[in-house]
Design a protein around this ligand. Sequence first.
Ligand SMILES: Cc1cc2nc3c(=O)[nH]c(=O)nc-3n(C[C@H](O)[C@H](O)[C@H](O)COP(=O)(O)OP(=O)(O)OC[C@H]3O[C@@H](n4cnc5c(N)ncnc54)[C@H](O)[C@@H]3O)c2cc1C
Ligand SMILES: NC(=O)c1ccc[n+]([C@@H]2O[C@H](COP(=O)([O-])OP(=O)(O)OC[C@H]3O[C@@H](n4cnc5c(N)ncnc54)[C@H](O)[C@@H]3O)[C@@H](O)[C@H]2O)c1
Length: 469
Amino acid sequence: MQTLHVDVAVIGAGTAGLAAYRAARARGARAVLIEGGPYGTTCARVGCMPSKLLIAAAEAAHAIERAPGFGVHVDGPLRIDGREVMARVKRERDRFVGFVLNGVENIPEGDRLRGNATFIDRNTLQVEGGARVVARTVVIATGSRPSVPPVLSKLGDRLVINDDVFSWDDLPKSVAVFGPGVIGLEIGQALARLGVRVVILGRGGRVGPISDTVVRAAALKAFAPDFCVDPDAKVARVERVGDEVEIEYVDCGGKSVTQRFEYVLAATGRVPNIDRLAIENAKLPLNAVGAPAFDRKTLQVGDTPVFIAGDAANDMPLLHEAADEGRIAGDNAARFPNIVEGDRRAPLGIVFTDPQIAIVGGGCATIPKGSFIVGEVSFEDQGRSRVMLRNQGHLRVYADSADGRFLGAEMVGPDAEHIGHLLAWAVQMRMTVSQMLSMPFYHPVIEEGLRTALRDLDANLQKAQRLAA
Ligand SMILES: Cc1cc2nc3c(=O)[nH]c(=O)nc-3n(C[C@H](O)[C@H](O)[C@H](O)COP(=O)(O)OP(=O)(O)OC[C@H]3O[C@@H](n4cnc5c(N)ncnc54)[C@H](O)[C@@H]3O)c2cc1C
Ligand SMILES: NC(=O)c1ccc[n+]([C@@H]2O[C@H](COP(=O)([O-])OP(=O)(O)OC[C@H]3O[C@@H](n4cnc5c(N)ncnc54)[C@H](O)[C@@H]3O)[C@@H](O)[C@H]2O)c1
């Protein structure tokens, strides 16, 4: 068996792994990139990009359905060709994957190892059916996979995950989505707008990444016309019957119903791929949930020569965070033991539903209770939003009650992807609410709604300061 001696071994050629490999190489390290599955990254193959392509088709259909509200009519019924929809999703997806594959092909062949890696010890990896790799340092960048609850595990080929959706040649007639998280809401709403009968059933009351109850209520109100989304559903039975799945549940009208669906989509969360690495052989320090304990600024696991990045780390399982973490981990793996802290950005999460959701600064659940003041605005009467018939949703903004520093926001509403960016930049620049209000606001724009929320926050800050004096 061949044994390779390298400086840095990166496990996983996804977004984090590719960034780690490139950062290690940039520092002059001899590095290898080990991949057990298909090249192309989760984001491009079955994640960010195909989901946004499906959503884009749904937006086109929805724009036609909304047009009569402006007095614009398309005579004749709307026709959605599921085969054409899926063909475009896959064609464009393949283009994005192609760019990643080109990048992988540019990596010297000797640096690319194929097969699943497992730990023999902290510095030694076995590549399944291939070489043994002895490395000065290792970067774990193995991503995540869907976690399927036992109640769905007996549905055979009627149970699908996100990967399966993007391999469909045609749209199905009906889908029951389990999990009103980010994936469930994005894919569920897109399918519903493309004419698929959809129900979204959750557990525990969560809606996407929202933690503010006012914003959560506004989101449920906004999504209601598209489908029944019950974040804490009472599901009595899930059973395969022939080529369908029969579900007995309490619907959004409070009625107990039994309905059949062509597919069940499991969107019930993702688990990091760290359980198939024989990680126990590396004797790494573990956290409370049994995962490697690491420093989020250096990505080092304890004081070991092992680093972790991307969804495998399960800190902020988002694309831009995976890229940042990969870069920091790869750089530090090459510098080891002289590691440095990398820059982390202000937290920002966006859900591409309609209306969109944005969570800035980690949202209100991450700010200690009693230490912040809230300002808010409803978009129902916001000028530009009404002009465009997109007047739904709510924005809540939070500031430090001691010094007026802006801390974050939660929003469901029009153009939340753009408002979210403005607000995340303000968090990262450590701006105060009055500094934000001194910035330009054009007329008539959706950002005027943001100004209303900031003015409300400013007034509430002043009130709190007067009361404290
Ligand atoms: C449907 C969906 C939509 C999404 N949309 C967005 C979005 O709009 N915006 C956003 O920011 N994020 C989005 N995400 C999240 C984003 O895709 C992930 O955070 C990101 O892709 C994680 O990158 P990664 O490098 O950690 O993992 P991956 O890209 O999954 O790479 C991990 C790699 O490791 C390999 N591997 C695993 N185990 C081993 C082993 N033992 N040996 C060798 N190789 C191994 C895997 O085969 C894989 O190629 C979405 C995710 C999904 C599922
Ligand atoms: N736009 C984006 O940035 C984007 C899009 C898609 C995915 N992602 C990433 O992928 C991650 C995973 O997404 P996800 O939607 O799978 O997870 P999630 O954690 O966002 O949501 C999972 C949902 O499933 C529910 N749930 C759990 N068990 C259940 C059960 N037995 N029955 C019904 N509901 C159940 C949970 O309460 C939660 O609401 C996200 O956290 C995000 O980081 C990001």
